[in-house]
Design a binder for this molecule. Structure first.
Ligand SMILES: Cc1ncc(COP(=O)(O)O)c(C=O)c1O
Length: 387
């Protein structure tokens, strides 16, 4: 018997949801784009926010020791990663934390590498900070993205790359990078003195028996040049309350990062974010287990239906609740594909090309919704794209 409710669809049309905003005007559309979930949150999170609201004083707040311990304990028990209290730095979001790393560790015009297709704020943040984006293309092999390590090393050397932003698990491809792949990345970074920012925001959402390897658990040497970024916000659907963390074990890098955080006046964290994060990481184990079962069921259903009934190629995610769909068999331009999805299927998906050139003819679909929603969306796709 399920303990938590993953079947009710909350009405998000009236609560300022970015994902559901257009549905106010177009009630026939189903939104499966922005990476948040259409599920009711863990009750302890809601209770914690209620208790805070009842207190009726909302002034400046410091970071409680219990929050620090909740994060360290979660990392240790879920991911086998232990680190000192001093290494843990809170920032309002992973994307802001990424911007800080770019500012702290690179100069204008220096090169920052990403694997494309990539979560769009990576390239955006590099460009807006006037650094150079180096795109290392992922290639598809046996239905999953892989890194061409020879090309990666070449890209790093030819562009004098200073910083590499790795997405593990990968958005939009859902790869949970294996230990041997991560070791190669670490060795290349070490050899060429590249700092590594490892965005592990999807770390808890591994599916189908895949296991996340936190970068700093792989080798003591890697801790010297790695910045881990993560949060409870993706796992527990609390992105709106704002709270994330960086883990920087090298004291020199940490000081540089802290100085940049202060220069930007980004050292204060929302109280709601801190409360929700602590509640999630303290009470969320069973909720997360149930969530993952729901996500696996949704992924499997879409994969089976679309493979059997359409020419859409589904990349089965090893982690995340995002599915990368390949529509190239239909030979449509990106505009025509988006129009078809929106007008014929009445589905709002992320356009693949927003993730980079490799995304042409693709779209990203978010499966974090009750099964009934996923079933309806799949029916619409089948109807539009049937053989
Ligand atoms: C890889 C990745 N990093 C960061 C974020 C967002 O982080 P935040 O909301 O903490 O800025 C997302 C959201 O989808 C993501 O997929």
């Amino acid at each position: 018997m399920a303990k938590y409710d993953f079947t009710s669809l909350p009405n998000r049309r009236t609560n300022n949801s970015i994902k559901w905003q257009n549905v106010q005007k177009h009630p026939e559309q189903l939104p499966l784009w922005v990476a948040d979930m259409d599920f009711i949150a863990l009750p302890e999170i809601t209770q914690s926010i209620h208790d805070y609201a009842d207190y009726a004083v909302y002034g400046y707040a410091y970071i409680k020791e219990t929050l620090v311990e909740a994060v360290r304990n979660w990392e240790k028990t879920q991911h086998g990663y232990s680190f000192s209290k001093e290494s843990l730095i809170f920032v309002e979001g992973v994307v802001p934390a990424l911007g800080l790393a770019i500012q702290a560790f690179t100069q204008k015009n220096e090169a920052v590498l990403i694997n494309t297709p990539a979560y769009p704020p990576f390239a955006r943040t590099i460009k807006l900070n006037q650094r150079k984006v180096v795109e290392n293309s992922l290639t598809e092999k046996n239905g999953e993205f892989v890194i061409d390590f020879e090309q990666l090393e070449k890209d790093i050397v030819e562009n004098s790359v200073k910083l590499y932003i790795l997405c593990n698990p990968h958005n939009p491809g859902g790869r949970v990078w294996r230990k041997d792949e991560l070791l190669k990345i670490g060795e290349i970074c070490q050899k060429h003195q590249v700092l590594l920012v490892s965005d592990e925001i999807h770390q808890d959402l591994t599916l189908f028996g895949n296991v996340h390897q936190s970068f700093n658990t792989l080798s003591a040497d890697f801790k010297e040049f790695t910045i881990i970024l993560s949060s409870a916000t993706k796992t527990f659907n609390i992105a709106g309350v704002k709270c994330s963390f960086a883990i920087i074990e090298n004291p020199e890098l940490r000081d540089q990062y802290l100085e940049q955080r202060l220069a930007n006046n980004q050292h204060e964290i929302s109280t709601l974010g801190m409360l929700a994060t602590e509640a999630a990481l303290t009470h969320g184990h069973e909720w997360l287990q149930e969530l993952k079962e729901v996500l696996e069921k949704n992924v499997t259903y879409i994969l089976d239906e679309l493979t059997e009934k359409t020419k859409i190629k589904v990349m089965k995610p090893q982690g995340t609740y995002l599915i990368w769909l390949d529509f190239s068999a239909y030979e449509l331009s990106d505009e025509a594909l988006q129009e078809k999805l929106l007008n014929d299927s009445q589905l709002i998906l992320n356009s693949g090309s927003s993730f980079g050139l490799e995304g042409a003819g693709h779209a990203r679909l978010n499966v974090a919704a009750p099964f009934t929603v996923i079933e309806e969306a799949t029916k619409r796709l089948v109807k539009t794209f049937a053989f």
